[in-house]
Design a protein around this ligand. Sequence first.
Ligand SMILES: Nc1ncnc2c1ncn2[C@@H]1O[C@H](COP(=O)(O)OP(=O)(O)OP(=O)(O)O)[C@@H](O)[C@H]1O
Length: 211
Amino acid sequence: MDKGLALRNVTISKGGVPLLSVNHEIAPGEVLTVMGPSGVGKSTLLAFITGTLAPEFAASGEVWLDGHNITHAAPHQRRVGILFQDDLLFPHLSVGANLAFGLQPGGNAAARTTKIEKALDEVGLNGFSDRDPATLSGGQKARVALMRMLLSEPCGLLLDEPFSRLDAALRAQVREMVFDRAKARQLPVLMVTHDADDAQAAGGEIITLGD
Ligand SMILES: Nc1ncnc2c1ncn2[C@@H]1O[C@H](COP(=O)(O)OP(=O)(O)OP(=O)(O)O)[C@@H](O)[C@H]1O
């Protein structure tokens, strides 16, 4: 597979004790859901993909993203976007300034503004650029956090329990928006969740670590 995200014979151990092994490919626009009990290594697997594995762990195998072997790339060189359950916006900055953090530095100011406005438009937040994040609803904050991450133009998306702080109705709405936007960009998505509804909504393959 050229595009997408591939975990090739990935094994991770701690103190010589095997923790997990995964051999899986996620095609562009597809979602792989990773489930499993607490402590089984779900967040550790994400850390391996982002290049931020703690030194206590030893890993083998390869990570390929968008046709590149990124196993040994520096974290900032990996074009991996990640959303966590607590994706806080900078409270002292406007919505637009928060989004600007997603953009690559430099470039023409007018072009940057256009990208930010387009991003807001894409998630139904037209005209929100000057708003203070404290005045946004939970769902609106989640949409800004999503677009801030997507503005960095990732080639793959990792979700670490990103919906778990939202109530049921909002959760379904934000989840749908995340999957829709990822699909529109043909991004491979790896989602870690404890929630069966999240897994079902993702509509893709589900693997359970620790089985
Ligand atoms: N920085 C670290 N140093 C040493 N051990 C760690 C570190 N981070 C996690 N661990 C241990 O590694 C194992 C896997 O942890 P991990 O956080 O990946 O599990 P998880 O499946 O994501 O759990 P949860 O569902 O509770 O988030 C656990 O035994 C944990 O205690």
